[in-house]
Design a protein around this ligand. Structure first.
Ligand SMILES: NC(=O)c1ccc[n+]([C@@H]2O[C@H](COP(=O)([O-])OP(=O)(O)OC[C@H]3O[C@@H](n4cnc5c(N)ncnc54)[C@H](OP(=O)(O)O)[C@@H]3O)[C@@H](O)[C@H]2O)c1
Length: 356
């Protein structure tokens, strides 16, 4: 099969917030889709979705649905990925998985398109798309790693409700309407009302006191940046924003770096835009980055609590549904096509190299 001929692409979780964004991004970028197979739970099977002027019927995500699929973009939660990604890969599909199910598996590459695309070479049928909070941070950290070395990273996140999915978007909107009409706010997706609040609890609590979301930022950045001992800490907070995650980042570098040098380093990374003119109130905003594919960085300043010019503080914002999920997944698919790596390494013709 020529990798450049149109591919059969499945979207698993096609009725969800991320799945719908994936369909949109595939179309926008002109990905070479021959057949688009939209899959979800049995609850949605048989419903139709409008795509590019036509309609596609939703199928049930079962192992047989992956027969003949080249690339399967999964965003239906960890349990579905654990069960169905191996079934899809066994049928010859390459899975790009948005859940956390496979990210830390040493046999599965975890890839941000502009940071470690070469890791895609050794995939054996499953590739992991990072967590949205990690996704927008890793390209920025890469710039510092390569130029001045990274010693320690502290990140505090301000994450939008779309990161939880369709139910959370509806919950925030419902609580805002309840507030306006003087009704009580009911919470079911989150343990407390999210409207007019900030919840320092994203995903489950771990034994070390961190949440699983916070620990993903620690472990995923280490894997993507190939810095297994990088010192990282994170506090992840859900805020009443519909789309885009914001992050306050404090970094300690090996060699000194000035804010001006850091801005130039950030701006040189593909897909990163520096917005940093405080005098005109110009800095990255969730509302402005929503619907965009770039990662926005601003408020870059020296951190005086770290001696010798080794400390930087800055603010990073990106659309969690696009670069944080769908756009990166499609970018990974584009790299697989461009480099003829759509098939798992063991299924590719030609000499097989040793694992990286
Ligand atoms: N939202 C983000 O910013 C973000 C970012 C990165 C990764 N992710 C990950 O992406 C996944 C989906 O997130 P989302 O925000 O799109 O959630 P969502 O809006 O709640 O959508 C969930 C999707 O999963 C499908 N699904 C649920 N159970 C299923 C099953 N048993 N079999 C097949 N499909 C099933 C749903 O189909 P039905 O409509 O049929 O129920 C729906 O299409 C999660 O793993 C999440 O962690 C999300």
């Amino acid at each position: 099969m020529s990798e450049r001929s149109p591919l059969t692409v499945a979207v698993v979780g096609a009725t969800g917030v991320v799945g719908r964004t994936m369909i949109q991004v595939l179309l926008e970028r002109g990905f070479p889709v021959g057949e688009l197979r939209l899959l979800a739970s049995g609850r949605s099977a048989g419903q139709t979705v409008s795509v590019a002027g036509g309609t596609i019927e939703i199928g049930e995500a079962v192992p047989e649905a992956f027969e003949g699929v080249d690339i399967a973009l999964f965003s239906a939660g960890g349990d579905v990925s654990k069960e169905l990604a191996p079934a899809a890969a066994a049928r010859g599909a390459t899975v790009i998985d948005n859940s956390s199910a496979w990210r830390m598996d040493p046999g599965v590459p975890l890839v941000v398109s502009q940071v470690n695309p070469d890791d895609l070479e050794w995939h054996e049928g499953i590739v992991a798309n990072p967590n949205c909070s990690t996704m927008q941070l890793a390209p920025v950290l890469m710039a510092l790693r390569d130029a001045v070395g990274l010693e320690r990273v502290i990140v505090d996140t301000y994450q939008s409700v779309s990161g939880t999915g369709a139910d959370a978007l509806a919950e925030l909107e419902g609580q805002i309407l309840a507030h306006v009409s003087g009704e009580p706010k009911t919470a079911s997706v989150y343990p407390h009302p999210i409207a007019f609040n900030a919840l320092p609890e994203i995903d489950v609590f771990l034994d070390n006191g961190y949440t699983k979301e916070e620990w993903k930022v620690v472990t995923e950045n280490r894997k993507i940046l190939h810095l297994p001992d990088l010192r990282v800490s994170c506090t992840a907070v859900r805020v009443p924003v519909f789309v885009s995650h914001s992050e306050a980042v404090h970094v300690e570098t090996t060699r000194p770096v000035s804010p001006a040098e850091a801005r130039a380093l950030f701006a040189a990374v593909q897909g990163v835009v520096v917005q940093d003119d405080p005098a005109s109130h110009d800095y990255p905003l969730a509302t402005r980055s929503a619907g965009r594919d770039e990662i926005f960085v601003g408020r870059v300043r020296q951190d005086p609590s770290v001696e010798g010019g080794h400390g930087l503080a800055f603010w990073v914002v990106s659309d969690n549904l696009r670069k944080g999920a769908a756009t990166n997944a499609v970018e990974l698919a584009e790299v697989l096509v461009a480099r003829d790596w759509v098939r798992a390494r063991a299924r590719r013709s030609g000499p097989v190299e040793a694992s990286a």
